[in-house]
Design a protein around this ligand. Structure first.
Ligand code: ZN
Length: 347
């Protein structure tokens, strides 16, 4: 990617160019996952849990990523449970200071035949909330920034609907059944993704939690690579794959999927990750959440931003959904550091 050779761009142009390996005026600042914080909720009076269920509040809180923090993207899907709720999982909605989660120990599916994508899947309150929020944001900010939606991959849906342990055990004991289950759940991923495109999303995050600490790179190849290739074919806007943890052992397979980008964790060094991707798909990340953004200061945030920029990482942002108690000051430092780095190189 070439920097500094094109005229001023809007955030929208900048992000879309970076996702497509086209030249940019500066590296975009992008959040494929949540940047909501308690401070931002207070600022615009849009607190959890309501901001996860009411489209007006969801849009208002999400917009602060652009209006307050100065990111080049707006991402309204703060949680990972919107579609699981619509599929029938029981949700613990929590309070302002905590994310909603699927209630553990109450799996809704056990067998391939149990998997039903209900008829009201896209009109259910918790999927429809996302679609409405995207419409509001597209209308208000669609010329300025990229509006990113989110559709969960079948591996993540498996954790929610079968339970994490039963799903992982099945993947060990019965690969054939596991593949059949994934294949049946993929309809939820595609349908929700396509509906968000129709609502106005410019790009989609696709989290599929085959995370470094739970499954191996070989697992990713066996169960998910081909499905992810299918998603690229079926969901026709840039997709940003999100997998937490140490993932260098599967980056080669991820790069083969044709996804636009991979949202990567700080457990992977920027340099080694760029090398693994070999310019096939872009990287987004990887400012550390639990230590740097949550408990350190702007100086350390800046150091990590610069490390990413010097390695050639195409889009800069936090590694994952940020802790809700993260300070606004630390978040604002990300776009500030990106701008300063580019300015220094011009002089
Ligand atoms: Zn994550």
């Amino acid at each position: 990617m070439v920097s500094g050779t094109v005229g001023p761009m809007t955030g929208r142009e900048r992000v879309l160019a970076a996702l497509n390996f086209d030249p940019v005026d500066r590296t975009p600042v992008c959040n494929p996952t949540s940047v909501a914080t308690v401070e931002l909720m207070d600022l615009v009076d849009a607190p959890f849990p309501e901001a996860n269920r009411d489209p007006e509040l969801m849009a208002r809180l999400a917009a602060t990523g652009y209006t307050e923090l100065g990111f080049d993207t707006i991402m309204p899907v703060f949680s990972i449970i919107q579609e699981s709720s619509a599929l029938g999982c029981k949700i613990q909605w929590e309070q302002k200071d905590n994310w909603p989660t699927v209630k553990m120990g109450e799996p809704i599916w056990e067998d391939v035949e149990d998997i039903q994508i209900r008829e009201d899947f896209l009109t259910h309150q918790d999927t429809n909330c996302v679609l409405e929020a995207i419409r509001i944001l597209k209308d208000e900010y669609g010329d300025e920034v990229v509006v990113i939606g989110k559709t969960m991959g079948p591996w993540s849906l498996g954790y929610h609907c079968f339970g994490v342990e039963p799903f992982l055990l099945m993947s060990l004991d019965d690969p054939d059944k596991t593949k059949k289950c994934l294949d049946r759940m993929k309809k939820a991923t595609i349908d929700f993704g396509v509906a968000q495109i129709e609502a106005g999303a410019d790009a989609l995050t696709l989290p599929d939690h085959a995370t470094g600490d739970l499954v191996s790179g070989e697992y990713y190849e066996r169960y998910l690579r081909d499905l992810h290739i299918e998603f690229v074919e079926e969901i026709p806007i840039p997709l940003i794959l999100h997998i937490c943890g140490r993932t260098v052992d599967r980056m080669e397979f991820i790069a083969q999927t044709g996804m636009a980008a991979f949202h990567y964790d700080s457990k992977n060094e920027p340099g080694e990750s760029m090398e693994a991707m070999k310019q096939r798909i872009s990287l987004v990340g990887n400012i550390n959440n639990p230590e740097t953004l949550f408990s350190k200061g702007p100086r350390q945030v800046r150091e990590e931003v610069v490390q990413n920029l010097e390695s050639g990482v195409q889009l800069i942002g936090p590694e994952c959904a940020i802790p809700l108690q993260t300070s606004i000051d630390n978040l604002k430092e990300i776009p500030r550091a990106v701008r300063d780095w580019h300015k220094e190189r011009e002089n």
